[in-house]
Structures are given as C-alpha cells and as structure tokens.
Design a protein. Structure first.
Length: 253
C-alpha cells in the first residue's frame, strides 16, 4: 500500500476573540480543503480566537465544549483531519495554548503547547506531552509555534521516526526570515518534511506574515503561500516525496 497524505495549510484573517465567527471561517476552509482532496487541514496558532493572550483565560474552552463538537462534525462531513488552534482549560488558573485535532472517524484529540515564549508564561501554562498521529502509514508530529524553537521538541519527533513535522504558528513579518531558516534546518536535521500554517492578518498586536510554507527533507522550500492574501497552501506526500505543491487563493469563501 502506498503511503500518501495531502495537506492543506490555512492562512486566514481572524476576528479578535470572536470564536463564533472564526469557526464559520474554519468550516468554509474545511469544505474548500476537502474539495481540493486534502486529507489534513491545519490552521494557525490560536486560530479560533486570535493571538490575544490577555483574553485567553476568558475564552478558554473545555474538552466537552459544543465548539469541539462543531469542528468534529466538520471533520466527519468533509472526511478529513482538522487541526485548529484554541485556548484550552487546564484545571489551573492559566489555560493552555492548545490545538484540537478532529479526525474523520469521530475521534478527537488535544495537544497543549509545551514551550512558551516568556510573555506567554504570564498568561498560559505549558503542556508536557508530544502529539503524533498516523495517516496512511505517514507519521506526523504536531508543533505549536515556539515548540519548534526548542531542539528537544523536533529531536523527539526525529526519535519517534516522524515523517512530517507539522507546525501551527503565528510568525510576524519581522520574524519570518529567521524562523523560516530554522524550519528549513529542522527539515534537514530530522530528514523530514516540515509544513507551516501561519496567519495572514494582524492579531495580538503582530502583523502576521502569511506565507504558509513547505520544506522537503533536504530543507529546500517547495512552496510558499501569499504574503497578503487568504488561501490554502497545498501539497501531497507520497512514499516520502512531495508533489502537487501550490497555493490556492480562497478569497470570497
């Protein structure tokens, strides 16, 4: 059996703290990703709320939230894995910066960002477990933003024989060159494909760079999304090789 997975990396404008409106955008992009034959669609860090650290405690959701049910239904109805960013209740005073992973069979998993920027520690608590999942024999490691700046995180992915290092992030215009070089080096060091989903709009006081990107296992940039338009960056990985890489404009979806 051939190992083949198609990915859609979403870059979209986010409405500050407005989960109801943002989830509508997620659903539309899930439908578009499914129409484009994606198996996985991933959204940026805190995609359901925006990167609004001071609001996260009030916006944090629990694992049984109806919002999770909505995303799970989108995954089931579109027959794809949906990865969305959101603040998650931790049982402590501060929430996690998290991701909800909804699979097309109805399974729902959660990942909590493990490595926080210094300012994030004032508002959030860190997780302590890695998250991996397998689709069609391809093993995928999930990272949220600053996770990829800590060598232990991507070395854990390498030790687990992950084929893909999948990153949900907020990267600003000013930080994009440095971070993209780091992600390219991670691809080379771990001999895996590295895929990045990033915001296109301003959020949390940062002007996001967009440019959802894919690097092959030699660190070569294969495709990069727009720096000013909403869309999906698409690629397929089959038997370790990247193909069908392109940016799909979604304005008006």
């Amino acid at each position: 059996m051939k190992s083949k997975v198609s990915f859609a990396l979403a870059q979209h404008k986010v409405e500050k703290g407005n989960i109801e409106e943002n989830i509508k955008t997620h659903k539309k992009l899930c439908e578009r990703a499914a129409h484009l034959k994606a198996d996985v669609v991933i959204f940026p860090e805190l995609s359901l709320t925006g990167y609004e650290l001071e609001m996260l405690t009030d916006l944090a959701i629990c694992h049984t939230s109806s919002l999770i049910h909505e995303l799970s239904n989108a995954a089931i109805s579109n027959d794809l894995t949906v990865i969305a960013g959101c603040p998650l209740k931790s049982g402590q005073k501060k929430p996690y910066i998290g991701a909800v992973i909804c699979h097309p069979n109805g399974d729902v998993n959660f990942y909590q960002k493990q490595y926080l920027h210094q300012n994030e520690s004032d508002y959030c608590t860190a997780g302590n477990n890695n998250y991996f999942f397998v689709i069609n024999q391809i093993k995928i490691s999930l990272a949220i933003c600053a996770d990829f700046t800590e060598p232990q995180h991507y070395l854990d992915a390498q030790a687990a024989n992950a084929d893909v290092y999948l990153v949900s992030a907020l990267i600003s215009n000013g930080g994009f060159t440095t971070d993209s070089e780091l992600l390219s080096n991670i691809a080379k060091q771990t001999n895996s494909s590295v895929l990045l989903s990033n915001f296109i709009s301003e959020t949390g006081g940062w002007k996001a760079a967009g440019k959802c990107s894919v690097w092959d296992n030699k660190g070569n940039l294969v495709v990069q999304g727009s720096d000013h338009q909403e869309g999906l960056t698409l690629c397929t990985i089959m038997n370790g090789l990247l193909s069908n890489a392109h940016f799909h404009l979604t304005k008006g979806t």
